[in-house]
Design a protein around this ligand. Structure first.
Ligand code: A2P
Length: 518
C-alpha cells in the first residue's frame, strides 16, 4: 500500500485525468508514465498493478529491463479486474541495438509483444545510439508497417544522432526519450526534437533522487503545498514534456543477466572507509559494487551493503556484486573454497559475477582454477563468470577447456590506455568489458583534452573519462572514498560526448602506465 500512496502523490502533480501529448502519428501519449527500470519479478507486477490502480495509464519498460513478462502480468491483472481496457493504456518498450540489425530488432519486438501478452505496442524506441542504430531503426519501421507498433522513436539521441537516423528513416520518430531534470534542461535537444515534430520524454526527472532536497524546489514546493519531487515533475509537464523515472544503462551479459554500466571500485580501500563509501554510493544511486578477495575488504564492503539494505535504500536483488579469486597457489577445490568464503564475508547467498583475477603462467593451472569458478556457478553461488587482466590469447586458450564461457573481462582502461586490441576481441566474442582504474588511479585528471572537453559541458575531467568508457559500450568502476566524488562520478548520464570528443580522447598519447598491464 505504501507504494500506491507514493504513486498517487506523484500522479497528483497533474489533474484528475493525466494530460496527454499528441504524437506525430496522431496517437496521444499520457504525460506521466510509470518507469520500471530495475524493478523485477513479483515487485514489477505489483508496481504496475498499484500504478494502474491509482490512475496511471502509461507504462514504460524495455527489453533490457528483463521484466516485460512481469509488467504484462500486472497490466493483465488490472484488465481482468475491470480497472481498465488495453486501449486505455499506453505501453512503451525499447530495443537495445548492440550488435543488432533490422531482422533482430523486429524479432525483439515480436518477443516483447509475447512477453507483455499484447497484440500491439503503443511505442517502441531504439534504446541507445549504439552500434548500427539506423539499421535497428529500420526494424522498428517494419514493425510499424506491420501494425505491431503504433508509434516508433529513439532514446538518448542528440542532434547529430537524430540527423543520422533521419537520413534513412521512412517513418519519422514520434518520440525522443532523454535524461532531463531541473539541473539539466537539455534545451538544445528538446528544442531541436520539438522543431522536427518529435515529442520528448524526460527520464530521471528527479536527478537520480538527488533533487528531492534541492532548496529551490523545496521552497517552491512549500508555496504550493507540494514536495520538491512534485515540483520537478510539474516543471516537466509545463514544458510539454512526457516524464518517467531514472535510467542507467545496463550491459547485457552472455548469460542473459544485466550489469549496470557504472559501479563503485573498491581497490586500495579497507575497513570503515570502504563501508561508508559503499553505503554512500548505494544512497547516491549506484547499483553495482566491485570488490575482490585480494582487496581484503569483502567483509567491510558487505557491511556497507547491509547498512544500505537496513536503511531501505536497496534490496540485495537490486545490486550487482562482483568479486574475484586470486589464483596464485590455487586449484579447482581451493578456488571454490575462496568463493564460498567471499559469500560469507559479503553476507550474501550469491554474487552476480566472479572473476579469475589474473591468468596464471601455465594454461593448465589457469584452466584448473577456472573449473573451481564453474563449480560455484553450477551450484548457483554465482550468476556469471569472467576473467580479469586476460589478453586475447589467454582467453582463447581458456575457451578450449572452459565449459562456462566468460561473460566479462575486467582490465585496466583509461584515457591514454585504450586497450583497443582486447576490447575489440572481447566485443567480437560477446564478452563484456569492465574498465578498472578509469581515472588512471587519479593520474590522468590533468590531461588537457579531458579538461578542455569537460569545460564545454560543465563537467570534471573525471566525469569525461567515465563517460568516455560508457560511450565505448564498456562498464566502468571508478573508485572513491569521498562522498562528493562518489556522487560526482555517478553524475554522468546528463551529457553526451560527440564523435569528435570521443576521437580526441581516443587519440590521447598511449601507454602512460607500466607495460605489464598492456
Ligand atoms: P579518493 O578515493 O580519495 O576520492 P581510479 O578509479 O582510476 O582507480 O582512481 C581512483 C583515484 O582517483 C583515487 O585516488 C580517488 O581518490 C581519485 N578520485 C576518484 N574520483 C575522483 C574525482 N571525481 N576527482 C578527483 N579524484 C578522484
Amino acid at each position: 500500500m505504501k507504494v500506491a500512496v507514493i504513486l498517487a502523490l506523484t500522479l497528483a502533480v497533474v489533474s484528475a485525468k493525466t494530460p496527454a501529448i499528441k504524437l506525430n502519428t496522431g496517437y496521444e501519449m499520457p504525460q506521466i508514465g510509470i518507469g520500471t527500470w530495475q524493478v523485477k519479478g513479483a515487485q514489477a507486477t505489483q508496481e504496475v498493478k498499484d500504478a494502474l490502480e491509482v490512475g496511471y495509464r502509461h507504462v514504460d519498460t524495455a527489453e533490457i529491463y528483463a521484466n516485460e513478462k512481469e509488467v504484462g502480468a500486472g497490466i493483465h491483472a488490472q484488465i481482468n479486474a475491470g480497472i481498465l481496457k488495453r486501449e486505455d493504456l499506453f505501453i512503451t518498450t525499447k530495443v537495445w541495438p548492440d550488435g543488432s540489425n533490422r531482422q533482430k530488432a523486429l524479432q525483439t519486438i515480436h518477443n516483447s509483444l509475447k512477453s507483455l501478452n499484447v497484440t500491439y505496442l503503443d511505442l517502441v524506441l531504439v534504446h541507445f545510439p549504439h552500434d548500427n542504430y539506423a539499421e535497428t531503426y529500420k526494424g522498428l519501421e517494419d514493425a510499424f508497417n506491420q501494425k505491431l507498433v503504433r508509434s516508433i522513436g529513439i532514446s538518448n539521441f542528440d542532434r547529430a544522432q537524430i540527423d543520422h537516423v533521419l537520413k534513412t528513416a521512412k517513418v519519422k520518430p514520434a518520440v525522443n526519450q532523454i535524461n532531463i531534470h531541473p539541473k539539466n534542461n537539455h534545451d538544445d535537444t528538446v528544442n531541436y526534437s520539438k522543431q522536427l515534430g518529435i515529442a520528448v520524454t524526460g527520464y530521471s526527472p528527479l536527478g537520480t533522487g538527488g533533487l528531492v532536497k534541492d532548496p529551490t524546489l523545496v521552497a517552491i514546493g512549500k508555496k504550493h503545498n507540494k514536495s520538491a519531487a512534485q515540483v520537478a515533475l510539474r516543471w516537466q509537464i509545463e514544458r510539454h514534456l512526457i516524464t518517467i523515472p531514472k535510467n542507467v544503462p545496463l550491459i547485457r551479459l552472455n548469460t542473459g543477466k544485466e550489469m549496470p554500466a557504472l559501479g563503485l571500485g573498491t581497490w586500495q580501500t579497507e575497513g570503515p572507509e570502504v563501508t561508508n563509501a559503499v553505503r554512500e554510493a548505494l544512497e547516491a544511486g549506484y547499483r553495482h559494487i566491485d570488490t575482490a578477495w585480494f582487496y581484503h575488504n569483502e567483509g567491510a564492503v558487505g557491511k556497507g551493503i547491509q547498512q544500505a539494505i537496513d536503511k531501505g535504500v536497496v534490496t540485495r536483488d537490486d545490486i550487482f556484486i562482483t568479486t574475484k579469486v586470486w589464483p596464485r597457489n590455487m586449484n579447482r577445490q581451493t578456488a571454490f573454497g575462496i568463493i564460498k568464503n567471499s559469500l560469507k564475508e559479503l553476507n550474501t547467498s550469491y554474487v552476480d559475477l566472479v572473476l579469475m583475477h589474473w591468468p596464471l603462467r601455465r594454461a593448465r593451472a589457469t584452466a584448473d582454477v577456472y573449473r573451481g569458478l564453474e563449480d560455484a556457478y553450477n551450484k548457483q553461488m554465482v550468476r556469471s563468470l569472467g576473467v580479469s587482466n586476460f589478453k586475447p590469447a589467454e582467453i582463447e586458450t581458456l575457451m578450449q577447456t572452459a565449459k562456462v564461457k566468460p561473460s566479462n573481462n575486467q582490465i585496466r582502461i583509461h584515457p591514454g590506455f585504450n586497450q583497443d586490441n582486447t576490447v575489440d576481441y572481447c566485443k567480437k566474442h560477446n564478452i563484456s568489458i569492465t574498465g578498472y582504474s578509469p581515472l588512471g588511479t587519479g593520474t590522468i585528471l590533468d590531461e588537457p583534452a579531458l579538461v578542455k572537453i569537460g569545460k564545454k559541458y560543465g563537467k570534471s575531467p573525471a566525469q569525461v573519462a567515465i563517460r568516455w568508457q560508457i560511450q565505448r559500450g564498456l562498464i566502468v568502476i571508478p573508485k572513491s572514498t569521498h562522498k562528493k566524488r562518489i556522487v560526482e562520478n555517478f553524475n554522468v548520464f546528463d551529457f553526451q560526448l560527440t564523435d569528435k570528443d570521443m576521437l580526441e580522447i581516443n587519440s590521447i598519447k598511449q601507454n602512460r602506465i607500466p607495460d605489464f598491464w598492456g
